[in-house]
Design a protein. Structure first.
Length: 115
């Protein structure tokens, strides 16, 4: 089972990016999944999560700017990021929301927001 993140890049403040996570394995369809991020010298933090029927929740500092979605048929989880800020700069990862269900972390995708 593998997680592969993509879609990161360099963008100016106020810009948008769409991240995508491709997960292999049937188990994915029944798990609450999340997007996480880790900025330099900071702990990895949860940004957004989505359960198996599409109910989403967000960290306070991304609420209203980020939208998480999933396609169970394609085993993908997307994160649409709008109105990006320099403080959103981090490596972004996807994984299971529940720690005990987590898969090995993928390589992540770098998001850099310039001011």
């Amino acid at each position: 089972v593998q997680l592969v993140e993509s879609g990161g890049g360099l963008v100016q403040a106020g810009g948008s990016l769409r991240l995508s996570c491709l997960a292999s394995g049937r188990i994915f369809r029944f798990r609450q999944m999340g997007w996480f991020r880790q900025a330099p010298e900071k702990e990895r933090e949860l940004v957004a999560s989505i359960d198996g029927v599409g109910r989403a929740s967000y960290a306070d500092d991304v609420k209203g700017r980020f939208t998480i979605s999933r396609d169970n048929a394609e085993n993908t989880i997307d994160l649409q990021m709008n109105s990006l800020k320099p403080e959103d700069t981090a490596v972004y990862y996807c994984n299971a929301y529940i720690r005990a269900q987590r898969l090995p972390w993928g390589q992540g995708t770098q998001v850099t927001v310039s001011s």
